[in-house]
Design a protein around this ligand. Sequence first.
Ligand code: BYC
Ligand code: FE
Ligand code: FE
Length: 487
Amino acid sequence: MSDGAAMGIGQIDYDGLIPNNVGLAEDQRVRKALETWHPGYIDWWKSMGPEGFQGSSVYLRTAVGVGAEGWAKFGFVRMPEYRWGILLAPKVEGRTIPFGAHKGQPAWQDVPGEYRAMLRRLLVIQGDTEPASVEQQRHLGATAPSLYDMRNLFQVNVEEGRHLWAMVYLLQKYFGRDGREEAEELLRRRSGDQDSPRMLGAFNERTPDWLSFFMFTFFTDRDGKMQLAALAQSGFDPLSRTCRFMLTEEAHHMFVGETGVARVIQRTAEAMNEAGIDDPYDIERIRRLGVIDLPTIQKKANLHFSLTLDLFGNEISTNAANAFNAGLKGRYREDKLTDDHQLTASTYPVLRLRDGAIIKDEVPALSALNMRLRDDYVEDTMLGIGRWNRVLERAGIDFRMTLPHVAFNRRIGEFSAVHTDTAGAVLSAEAWIRQQMAMLPSDDDNQFIASLMQPSWQPGRYAGWIAPPRHGIDNMPGDFEYVRIEN
Ligand code: BYC
Ligand code: FE
Ligand code: FE
């Protein structure tokens, strides 16, 4: 990192064990706590991180600054030697609490005693998702469709690891002994474990194949983006600054998911055109071309969208109202909104279940904050779906990707009590069993996808079910060896 000065390395101290821009060298207590936690983290990474590639050199970016420009430097790194750091966005002088009951007061630099428990819970939930996703993705390297994709997977993985560090820093710095215990627990829980699972449902699902991985980064990392954006508004300034920097990394995760699925769609469209197949539902013939048929891609999207919606919590939530009133968790782009930022007198429309039917209900805006964030999420997701559809449009294929209804396949909230189809029509249990296979991936679909997951590790080569990307990472040429595989 010697030539980093021009890129703002002055802001980050790379001398100690833990790179940081929070003055760890002078903060004995927290430095010691983090250094004590570090070996457990490395053990976790080696046993639960990318399986089989810990000795390989990967072309990764590492943060060397926190400014908007030039914060990253690319180079070959063995993942266990990645410099996971504690990086906060710069402090905004004179920042005030942007919303809630304390709106306008100076932002907190320390934890307000009355909100300690609430804040700790938010940090722990956020922190828990980060290692969970690494665990879910740990088997994927073995079937990577290219070295480019393998590198992107590992980049996402090391950054999710850094996001865990980000939450652990806040826990250890501001929550003393309780924080240290929570930090240990974050390394102890395991995705999908019967006895000690991760906290939120979607983070205990399997990510068995690369289409699932791309869908996960498109849909579920986008929940991460929305939640981090809401926490970036926090009146607790260290959390705000942490999340602001995490969001700069999250952009790449969205990119991996959106372009990943787009490239799968593109390859399928090309193969259909080459073979002269116009009917997207001619599934057997399309699969014989070695590509994933569009209806199956749609089913995967249905699954990941519905699993991710569960992460927004219940339709009506006093937890969300309390966190907003307390000034801890805001709305998406709170600072760009022009209302009173207190919401004590306003309402918000929410879809709910009444007498077995889906209706729209005006409820107090404060209790509907989970749904407001979810609506913003759906809007953001639609933009990406639109870009997938332009691939189909350009290829002249008569098929469009859509999002299922928000009531479809839910396990959290009001709609967990009913079955619906993807258009939101309520179904009997019997009809659900009959129609489910047309809406969610079946065993047969999953087996077909699994059959395509053969490694393609020659530099510049891509598996037959996915199109190459338009540009290399860091402008590297098409045949660049992004991962030097060594065991
Ligand atoms: N699973 O008042 P309610 C990411 C519980 S992703 C299990 O509606 P609230 C990433 C809830 O805990 C972003 N339980 O919910 C992505 C509560 O239980 P208690 C992660 C659930 O509190 C990809 C009860 O039901 N960050 O970063 O508003 C790769 C009543 O709930 C679930 C965050 O989520 C569920 N899905 O919770 C890597 C931000 N939903 O306490 C990383 C922090 C609800 O009454 N979290 N419950 O026993 C929060 O802001 C909120 O806790 C939630 C919703 C958004 C999760
Ligand atoms: Fe993350
Ligand atoms: Fe992410």
